[in-house]
Design a binder for this molecule. Structure first.
Ligand SMILES: [Zn+2]
Length: 61
């Protein structure tokens, strides 16, 4: 079985939430850390300008 490349959106694993960034087709994943605390991670596209800006800022500090 070969999934059609165009039928599938960019890598968004099961349980992920679309969105999270206005500048790319990001998705979010929710991870349970402890009973009450969950961690939401935003996964940006590699080409995301917002992500690049964030990384540049981190490098200069
Ligand atoms: Zn982004």
């Amino acid at each position: 079985m070969k999934p059609h490349p165009l039928a599938q959106p960019a890598a968004s694993p099961r349980g992920s939430i679309p969105g999270g960034c206005d500048d790319c087709h990001a998705y979010q994943t929710v991870k349970k850390v402890t009973g009450r605390i969950t961690q939401i991670t935003v996964h940006h596209d590699n080409t995301c300008p917002a992500l690049r800006a964030r990384q540049n800022r981190r490098n200069t500090r």
